[in-house]
Structures are given as structure tokens and as C-alpha cells.
Design a protein around this ligand. Structure first.
Ligand code: GAR
Length: 266
């Protein structure tokens, strides 16, 4: 050992995925160590899980930042080296026709919150940042400051659906309401879009006629607790390589996509 990777986590809620990752680090399944747990939500139950394992925690209260901006937008202090146009040009969370003012508010409030996260995180350098039920979209302001090497992304997310189907905040609910016959979960590296980054791993389960949203969530979460540690383990083993692919489609169009290849151990 001695080469444990340093992992940081961001959460918003109960933190059962966080728990699975901490347990896998402690059991040696992942050659890694959880060095901080941050949250946007002061009431996140997962904070208690971190404290039980003596892992430092911090809160950046997104809601209060957004409220403050709503009341007095002129008084807000922007973070240093903040470039609204650069973020706007990279961000792909909004439709082309989306309201400019709405996007401006999003970019400014999130960059302030993200500067707060970065400020706290600088005390705990990490090799990998895992989003474990973190219910906020990160902007290019934050992403570019973590992913400093374009060939080595290091922010992972777990999503409760088989991406690219059902991105967004309610993956299992959307899977159920669509009438899908298979549900699942996905671990991916994040990019500038919503749940659109290169896929690392997926697990699937059948949806039976008597399933409900609750039973689907139960099945899905149980798979998440296996999948996330497995993907982090591959990262720790340096077995995840991102490759830029160009494909020719049958209709003659070219598709460019960054994909993850899982390679054998070095
Ligand atoms: C999990 O189902 C996770 O996939 C989902 O939130 C839940 C968190 O549970 N994440 C997202 O929807 C991200 N957009 P947990 O706090 O018990 O790990």
C-alpha cells in the first residue's frame, strides 16, 4: 500500500453511496482514502456518516447564496478570475433559446458557491472527486479548476438511470413513468453537460409489472452501492483511459465522442 488515492466526496442527502465508498476504502476493496465530505445542504444526513469515520466535512449553503443574489444582485461579490463569457460559452446545460438573464443568474450564483467549495477543498488535495448524490450541476468554473489535464478527468458521478436515457434529477422516477422494462444506474466522468460525460460503468435490473417507484429505487440503490466502488477501484488501479473517438454513422454524419476504455492493470 502507501499509494492510496485521495478521494473527496460531495453529497446532498442521505449518503448511502458515500457509505459504500467509505466501507470499500476501509475494507481495502478500494486502495484509497476518503479525505473530505462536502455538501451544499447543511441538513445532509450523510454528514453524520462522515463524522462517524472521522472524515472532515464542510458545507457551502447554495440556497442562501441563491437567495442573497435574488434579493440584492448588485451587492454580490464575484470570485476572482471569474469570466462569465468563458463559462457561458462552455456550459451546455441550457437550450439555445433559454433566457439570458436566467443563465446569468445561474452562472453567477453557482460560480460563487463553487468558489466556496474550492476554497474549502484546497486544504484536502485529492486525486479523485466523487459526486455521491450531489444534486447541483457543476459549471465549467469549477470543472476546469479540478480537471486541469484534459486527458485525465477526475470528477465522477453516479446517476440513477441507464444514461443517456433519463438524465436530470429523478432518474428512477423518470424510468418508471416512461414504462421502461429495464432500469439501472450509471457511473460516468462529468463534462459540461447534464449527466452527459463519458460512461465508466453501468448495472441494470428488470422492471416487473408489480414494481413501484419505491421498489425500483430499492433495486437501483443496491446496485449503485456495488457499481460506484467498482468504478473507483478501476480509477485507483489506473485502468480508466479516456479516448476521443470519431465514428462515421450510416447517414454519413460524423460523430465525435470521448469514451472510457477499461484497460488491464499496468
Ligand atoms: C442516488 O440514487 C444517486 O444515484 C442519486 O441520488 C441518490 C443519492 O442517494 N443521484 C442523482 O440523482 C444525481 N443527479 P444517497 O445520498 O443515499 O447516496
Amino acid at each position: 500500500m502507501g499509494n492510496k488515492i485521495r478521494i473527496g466526496a460531495l453529497i446532498s442527502g442521505g449518503g448511502t453511496n458515500l457509505q459504500a465508498i467509505i466501507d470499500s476504502c476501509e475494507s481495502g476493496k478500494i486502495d484509497g482514502e476518503m479525505v473530505f465530505v462536502g455538501t451544499d445542504n447543511p441538513d445532509a444526513k450523510g454528514l453524520g456518516r462522515a463524522s462517524k469515520h472521522n472524515i472532515p466535512t464542510f458545507v457551502v449553503d447554495y440556497s442562501s447564496i441563491i437567495r442573497k443574489y435574488g434579493k440584492e444582485p448588485g451587492k454580490i461579490r464575484l470570485p476572482g478570475s471569474f469570466d462569465e463569457e468563458d463559462i457561458r460559452s462552455k456550459l451546455s446545460l441550457f437550450h439555445s433559446g433559454a433566457d439570458r438573464q436566467k443563465i446569468k443568474k445561474f452562472i453567477i450564483t453557482r460560480a460563487i458557491a463553487e468558489a466556496g467549495l474550492l476554497e474549502k477543498m484546497k486544504f484536502y488535495p485529492v486525486d479523485l472527486l466523487v459526486l455521491a448524490g450531489f444534486m447541483r450541476n457543476l459549471t465549467p468554473y469549477f470543472i476546469d479548476r479540478i480537471n486541469t489535464d484534459p486527458d485525465n478527468p477526475r470528477i465522477m458521478n453516479i446517476h440513477p438511470a441507464l444514461l443517456p436515457a433519463f438524465p436530470g434529477t429523478d432518474g428512477y422516477g423518470d424510468t418508471f413513468r416512461y414504462g421502461a422494462k429495464i432500469g439501472g444506474c450509471t457511473v460516468h466522468f462529468i463534462d459540461y453537460g447534464e449527466d452527459s460525460g463519458p460512461i465508466i460503468g453501468q448495472k441494470a435490473f428488470p422492471i416487473e409489472p408489480d414494481d413501484t417507484i419505491d421498489s425500483i429505487k430499492k433495486k437501483g440503490l443496491a446496485l449503485e452501492w456495488e457499481l460506484y466502488p467498482e468504478c473507483i477501484r478501476l480509477f485507483a488501479q489506473k485502468r480508466l483511459k479516456t479516448v476521443r473517438m470519431t465514428y462515421a454513422r450510416d447517414d454519413g454524419k460524423e460523430v465525435k465522442r470521448t469514451v472510457v476504455k477499461i484497460v488491464h492493470s499496468e
